[in-house]
Ligand binder design. Structure first.
Ligand code: CP3
Length: 345
């Protein structure tokens, strides 16, 4: 397969010089889009994930509207625990809900490393269908949650402000925590390898709750498993590692073999460059709530952000997912500002 016509995103991942940096937004396929809400009215969350026609349609919706430089497959990080025999529901008003959380060695016995095509074949079908719709015009990103972030949900049983039950398991029954993390890691490696075979051009690991851990505990309970995944995938595809609140680990991440590192908005571009040695591609880091600012201000801030990161070895993105209540024209201003970017002389 030849590279997509628009290969800005892949060029940035390789560290090649570009006329302007590529742009996409975390959670770009989502609830701020009226066309997404139309589909959401008719089908529940996991039906949308499991039906390739729906998942591929939702994936291309933001591309049709804004023309980002990469698409990210509509799915969820929680389809992995589901495939591992852990029940996951998406409850309105609550979010992710796991009725039988993992709290001890006994619970862990039922958790399996599944056959990927048997349990997650629908994701591969969604990838093939999306690739057809994209017509090789832009790259497609596949993703997975980090083992630590998935453990947070599997143990806590739902979202949380501090994931206290997840951390309690790590600190009182570390052998159970590590066994669960290893099972998730093994499954994730198999899963991402299948996604690459199915046609994704890059993969992103979301460590959304890595910042809950101290720098030392981060290495023990999160990073060593992320590193295993990167080691297993880096020769097959580009890996982007995103850790929210994990600026303290950026130096370790920079020498991991990841092609790019995600940065959240609490770390200044100059600091992120300094911490990572200046040679690795960085992705981020616009404060998602800054998309509430008027479009003119958004455009000015985006231009300044690109100047601060530099146009090369850089992928414009938010510092975390777009919020459901962002006006659609403000999201448009974000993408447009990047497309109109020219280097200041
Ligand atoms: O980025 C994209 O456009 C691709 C789609 C995507 C979704 N979830 C769709 C989704 C991606 C990349 C994810 C990843 C994901 N899921 C993460 C990691 C990224 C992050 O934001 O930190 C996490 C922690 C989850 C777990 C999860 N799924 C949560 C916390 C929620 C929100 C629950 C709520 O009610 O607010 C979901 C649901 C979800 N996943 C939605 C979407 C569009 C919204 C609910 C819906 O569509 O019905």
């Amino acid at each position: 397969m030849t590279e997509p016509t628009n290969n800005l995103f892949l060029k940035a991942l390789r560290g090649e010089s570009v006329s302007r940096p590529p742009v996409w937004m975390m959670r770009q396929a989502g609830r701020y889009l009226p066309e997404f809400m139309e589909i959401k009215k008719k089908y529940d969350f996991f039906t949308r994930c499991r039906t390739p026609e729906l998942a591929s349609e939702i994936t291309v919706q933001p591309i049709r509207r804004y023309g980002m430089d990469a698409a990210i497959l509509f799915s969820d990080i929680l389809v992995v625990p589901q495939a591992m025999n852990i029940e996951v529901e998406m409850k309105t008003g609550v979010g992710p809900w796991l009725p039988n959380p993992i709290r001890n060695a006994n619970d862990l016995e039922n958790v399996i490393v599944p056959d990927i095509n048997e349990t997650l074949g629908y994701v591969m079908d969604a990838i093939s269908m999306t690739k057809e719709k994209l017509n090789n015009e832009i790259p497609l990103i596949g993703f997975a949650g980090s083992p630590w972030t998935l453990l947070c949900y599997c143990v806590q049983g739902q979202g949380s402000k501090n994931f206290d039950k997840a951390k309690e398991l790590c600190f009182t029954q570390p052998e159970v925590a590590h066994a669960l993390l290893q099972k998730i890691t093994d499954t994730t490696i198999l899963y991402l390898k299948e996604k690459v075979k199915a046609g994704v051009n890059a993969v992103q690991l979301f460590d959304s709750w890595g910042g809950m851990l101290s720098p030392t505990d981060y290495q023990t309970f999160s990073w060593q498993y992320m590193q295993q995944i990167i080691d297993a995938l880096k020769d097959d595809t580009y890996v982007i590692a995103f850790g929210k609140g994990c600026w303290f680990a950026l130096d370790t991440m920079a020498s991991s073999g990841a092609a790019a590192l995600g940065v959240d908005w609490t770390c200044a571009p100059e600091t992120a460059r300094k911490l990572t040695g200046g040679n690795i591609t960085l992705q981020g880091n616009f404060d998602p709530t800054r998309l509430f600012s008027p479009p003119r201000e958004i455009k000015k801030m985006v231009t300044e952000m690109i100047d601060a990161f530099g146009k090369d070895r850089y992928i414009v993105n938010l510092g975390h997912g777009i919020l459901p209540n962002i006006p659609i024209e403000n999201a448009g201003a974000f993408v447009e500002a990047v497309k109109n970017y020219t280097v200041a002389t």
